[in-house]
Design a protein around this ligand. Structure first.
Ligand code: ZN
Length: 605
């Protein structure tokens, strides 16, 4: 066998100190000295994370003698020139409890290549060999390897040698090492593994059965063959957690163990399981939309890369994640409409939607969406939720303008065929152009039809006014309704009778026994905003009665909209008093109801 020019060996060398050891052998010599670096972000999660800060020690050697490795910026090393192969050894600290970096202790080892594998400048396109070794602790005796990296000598799920085509490939296959549980299934003939680490009582055969439906539906939507030879769901069940990250042939997921179906539930689908299946569906859809249908950005992992298109890559994916669940019969139409109602509610409760467009939200994700502060609700809009609603509106509008002949599925298939398969990056106007191309293929499409489409796309993507969903949903037999919230936990989606004379302070807050009520956010336009209450204020009393960690909502029930109340609060260590004229809740809680089942079926089947 020819020796690949780059060979990485990784070992969870000290699980108690959360340290991996990595050895990298670089075969080609460099007469100017190799330059090594670690990415500062991981694709799919648009925030600078500076993974190189976790490299604890780095040494380079040539013919068993140390050579200089000079650090030239926060994530880059310049090595001394040599005329032969060299070896670099380093330790990586791994204690990030998320799908975005690396984690290691005596219960499992998890890593993304972006956290552990140094890039060698100029050698990015070269194939790599990766040797994965086991930890030398008694707990690791039963550990196995779960990854979509292809084996190159190692047995499936075993330690040993794996391979990657190039650096991009190397960092796009996360690895889970543990005594995990596994269920395997095929979708359109492609082998899939669902591997599960952590304490759980999950019904794995049911997960396999339900995921098969999701995977087959999406493969068929874009058209066979699927763009991977094998796919792995790497899942980590915890007490309280949620997250996922997409990769080219796998996904890393973190979920509440209570969200997984247990053997006693049979065919009942809990709210938690709905959320989990939605997450699986979302990340799987990304295998096409963003992993292969990609935005026109350089993917320079040393710094931020801006695109106005995350509304499409995250929003369209968010639209299809739950749509897949209803189309495959995993949830009912009514349950699906509830999920849309909740998404609309989330957007409509955000005054920030009038300040930032979906395109701006995409562009500024690095500093705004991923770094949200107390004012985010007033200043930004989520390209996930708004993007999902743009996609919903676009799907409905295309159906309307084409008399049911064209829908968003066809746009996605064209995107796949013209941009995914041939790896042609998506430009800012690509999706708009594809929609128009499809419509113009119909004999009856007039200039007025194209103008209506243009207007919708311009307003929804670049504008900050609300999308007229009511008129878009009506022809599909669905009516959109708004009501007041009934309590602070009301997240919308379903019809509820309003609470008579309810008042709403227009704040969100946390409670604990030490601080009582601590304000997180004040919504602009609310009565609290008008009175001058701020994030960080600690509420003390309402009309001179002490506010505790549990009584604020019951105290407010004594009042009606229009009442004048006196509120005391500490801002840092200064006592302030506020006169508030209480307001009724806004009618910002959305729910959808079915007015014509037959028309609805055309959309959701
Ligand atoms: Zn996503």
């Amino acid at each position: 066998m020819q020796i690949p020019p780059l060979h990485y060996t990784i070992k969870p060398c000290d699980p108690h100190a959360h340290l991996y050891s990595v050895t990298l052998t670089i075969m080609p010599p460099s007469l100017t000295g190799h330059i090594l670096s670690l990415p500062s972000w991981i694709p799919g999660s648009y925030m600078i994370r500076d993974f190189a800060k976790n490299i604890v020690e780095l040494q380079a050697s040539f013919q068993q003698k140390p050579i200089a490795a000079k650090k030239i910026d926060k994530q880059t090393w310049q090595l001394e020139p040599t005329n032969g192969s060299i070896t670099i050894q380093y330790l990586v600290y791994a204690w990030d409890l998320s799908v975005r970096s690396a984690h290691l202790d005596q219960t499992h080892a998890y890593f993304n290549g972006t956290s552990v594998f140094l890039k060698v400048s100029g050698q990015e396109e070269k194939p790599c060999l990766v040797t994965i070794e086991n930890a030398d602790i008694p707990e690791a005796k039963e550990w196995k390897v779960g990854t979509s990296l292809p084996c190159s000598g190692a047995e499936q799920y075993g330690f040993g040698q794996y391979k990657a085509d190039n650096y991009d490939d190397l960092i796009d296959h996360p690895v889970e090492i543990a005594n995990f549980d596994r269920v395997s299934f095929t979708a359109n003939g492609i082998p899939h593994d669902f591997i599960l680490t952590g304490l759980h009582h999950a019904d794995l055969p049911r997960l396999a059965k339900d995921l098969t439906r999701i995977c087959e539906h999406q493969i068929n939507l874009f058209g066979t063959p699927a763009p991977f030879q094998r796919y792995v769901f790497i899942t980590w069940a915890v007490g309280n957690g949620y997250g996922g990250l997409e990769h080219r042939a796998s996904t890393s997921l973190i979920c509440n163990r209570s969200d997984l179906p247990n053997k006693n539930e049979q065919d009942i689908i809990s709210e938690g399981y709905k959320t989990f299946l939605g997450l699986c569906s979302h990340e799987y859809f990304h295998s096409w939309n963003v992993k292969r249908i990609q935005p026109d950005i350089p993917y320079d992992l040393s710094k931020e890369n801006h695109t106005p298109l995350l509304w499409a890559f995250e929003g369209i994916t968010s639209y299809y994640d739950d749509l897949t669940l209803v189309r495959t019969g995993l949830i009912t139409k009514q349950e699906y409409l509830e999920l849309i109602g909740k998404t609309i509610t989330r957007i409509v409760r955000n005054p920030g939607r009038f300040k930032q467009s979906a395109a701006e939200s995409s562009f500024d994700t690095w500093t705004k969406f991923y770094k949200q502060d107390e004012n985010a609700i007033n200043a930004i809009v989520s390209y996930y939720s708004k993007g999902a609603i743009i996609a919903l509106g676009l799907d409905l509008l295309l159906r309307h303008l084409s008399d049911g002949k064209i829908n968003l599925d066809q746009v996605m298939v064209l995107l796949w065929q013209q941009h995914g398969i041939p790896q042609q990056p998506v430009k800012e106007n690509t999706i708009q152009d594809l929609c128009k191309t499809l419509l113009k293929q119909l004999p009856n499409t007039s200039q007025d039809t194209i103008s209506q489409l243009n207007l919708y796309l311009e307003n929804s993507i670049y504008g900050t006014t609300d999308i007229d969903l009511e008129n878009l949903l009506a022809p599909l037999g669905v009516s959109l309704n708004f009501r007041e919230s009934t309590d602070i936990n009301d997240i919308g989606g379903s019809e509820k009778r309003p609470v008579h004379n309810r008042v709403d302070l227009g704040i969100t807050y946390t409670t604990d026994s030490k601080n009582g009520v601590l304000i997180n956010r004040v919504i602009n336009g609310s009565c609290s905003h008008t009175a001058g209450i701020s994030a960080g204020d600690q509420l003390i009393s309402l009309d001179n009665i002490k506010i505790t960690s549990s009584n604020l909502e019951s105290l407010l029930k004594q009042y009606c909209p229009g009442d004048n109340v006196l509120l005391h609060a500490f801002r840092q260590d200064v006592l302030l008093q506020f006169n508030i004229i209480l307001k009724a809740p806004n009618t910002d809680t959305a729910y959808l109801s079915i007015s014509d089942e037959n028309k609805l079926t055309k959309w959701l089947n």
